[in-house]
Design a protein around this ligand. Structure first.
Ligand code: CUA
Length: 162
């Protein structure tokens, strides 16, 4: 009798964590997703890939201020450049990139700002990053898009506040 009780407790010691650990992970996932709003970059809409240059906001690529300390960059990618390929903001700004591709699959990677999205023809990508420290934040195309893929880059210049 004593022996079978020991076996039962031993099994319980494995079964309970095997329930508690996935439950804890699901809870952590729910908190980061719904509480902190952390999720994968997702599609923010569609655009006719043959009419990107005629479709707002991509008909006028560039940066505009949407609120104090907040900016939005309408960005197009095309072989082998970004438009705009230089973005200037004051330190402490929050910048939302709204971007798409005019031709093939590109990517937008800003390693120092934790930005990493695919730019797919026909899809609009939207990602927001904060730029607190003055300096240069290079951005790159990180999807192979042809012979001059490696020349496809630009930079965010974060200027010190006076
Ligand atoms: Cu665009 Cu690689």
């Amino acid at each position: 009798m004593k022996r079978s009780t020991t076996v039962y407790l031993y099994e319980l010691a494995w079964i309970l964590p095997s329930i508690a650990i996935p439950a804890g992970m699901l809870a952590a996932l729910a908190v980061t997703m719904f509480g902190a709003g952390i999720h994968l970059p997702s599609s923010e809409g569609r655009v006719d890939p043959t009419r990107v240059a005629q479709t707002a906001p991509f008909d006028a690529p560039g940066i505009r201020r949407t609120a104090p300390g907040r900016y939005e960059v309408a960005m197009t990618s095309q072989i082998w450049s970004f438009a705009p390929n230089e973005v200037r903001v004051p330190a402490g700004s929050s910048v939302t990139f709204v971007a798409t591709s005019k031709d093939v699959v590109h990517g937008l990677l800003i390693p120092k700002a934790n930005v990493n999205v695919m730019l797919l023809p026909g899809q609009i990508a939207r990602v927001t990053a904060r730029f607190d420290r003055p300096g240069e934040y290079p951005f790159f195309c990180h999807e192979y898009c042809g012979v001059a893929h490696h020349t496809m880059w630009g930079k965010v210049i974060v200027e010190a506040n006076p």
